[in-house]
Write a protein that binds this ligand. Structure first.
Ligand SMILES: C[S@@+](CC[C@H](N)C(=O)[O-])C[C@H]1O[C@@H](n2cnc3c(N)ncnc32)[C@H](O)[C@@H]1O
Length: 274
């Protein structure tokens, strides 16, 4: 089980994300960014892979994009489907691991938004996912995913953190209407390039007393941009663009001196080579 497989995490995901990005926003305008990609590349159909509770899926579907969704977590799929139904949208949302997902049709664009790819914990699984998603694309189809450039000072700090060494992250109101604090303790293994540890959710009653405490595990992998270039080539893709965040700025693919900026969110545009 990983963080998003838990019902309580899925039910509160939209709520705590809003609180998280109120102060620390790496994702401003991301929905508009993916809408533009869908208009550019999505004429043959779009799939939102690791769609979560549907932030991209529903935004694009509402604006007329022909789109399916899929996520490993049945809980996240259930919530996305409930939101779609409430909005009057008829969507196919298929619970599946992206290393094996297949809906029986092909797409011209596959989107993995907001760090879904980073949840694959090993290079073997990353390769399996890329090879499988390539098979779900039409010839010349596009796969987009994001990575955060690994930043050594944060990793050094995480290497000194144990999975029980909690730091306060945010406070929000959960789906039961109760005040809840989230703490996390994330450590880093430089050999596997995995960040792993726990999120702790502490829920408070009306009188300020603690009424529940839940610990949920998380494991993600950091991928350097050099690895991503190699992985893409190995799995039958060509890197056509790398966006630096969601405002349309692009990296110069031939200028390595732009690498490793602080917490750069790289959005990769990978084209299926035939
Ligand atoms: C940080 S959330 C992002 C969700 C959504 N894309 C968004 O923008 O809100 C990551 C999602 O990846 C999903 N996930 C993790 N591993 C996966 C896998 N192997 N295959 C498919 N989905 C996966 C999780 O269940 C979770 O919903």
């Amino acid at each position: 089980m990983d963080l998003h497989d838990f019902q309580d995490v899925a039910e509160n995901y939209d709520r705590y994300l809003e609180a998280m990005y109120a102060t620390d926003d790496h994702h401003e305008h991301f929905q508009e960014f993916y809408l533009n990609l869908a208009r550019q590349y999505g004429a043959g159909g779009v799939v939102d892979v690791a769609c979560g509770t549907g932030a991209v899926l529903l935004y694009l579907a509402e604006r007329g994009v022909e789109i399916d969704g899929t996520d490993l977590s049945a809980e996240m799929c259930r919530l996305a489907a409930a939101k779609a139904e409430a909005m009057g949208l008829k969507l196919r949302i298929i619970p599946a691991d992206m290393t094996a997902f297949s809906s029986g049709r092909k797409y011209s664009l596959a989107i993995i938004a907001r760090s879904g790819f980073m949840h694959l914990p090993t290079q073997e699984l990353q390769e399996k996912a890329l090879r499988n998603l390539r098979e779900q694309l039409l010839p010349g189809g596009i796969l987009t995913l994001n990575t955060f450039d690994p930043w050594p000072p944060i990793q050094a700090q995480q290497m000194r953190t144990t999975p029980e060494d909690y730091t306060f992250r945010l406070e929000y109101v959960n789906s039961a209407g109760n005040r809840e604090k989230i703490y996390n303790a994330i450590t880093y293994d430089p050999y596997s390039q995995q960040m792993y540890g726990n999120w702790k959710f502490v829920e408070y009653g009306a009188g300020g007393e603690v009424i529940s405490e839940r610990i949920r595990p998380l494991r993600m992998r950091q991928t350097t941009r050099w690895e991503m270039f190699l992985l893409a080539r190995l799995c039958g893709f060509e890197v056509t663009d790398i966006y630096r965040g969601y405002n349309g700025d692009k990296e110069d693919l031939n200028d390595i001196s732009t690498a490793s900026r602080y917490r750069e969110n790289l959005i990769w545009i990978l084209k299926r080579k035939d």
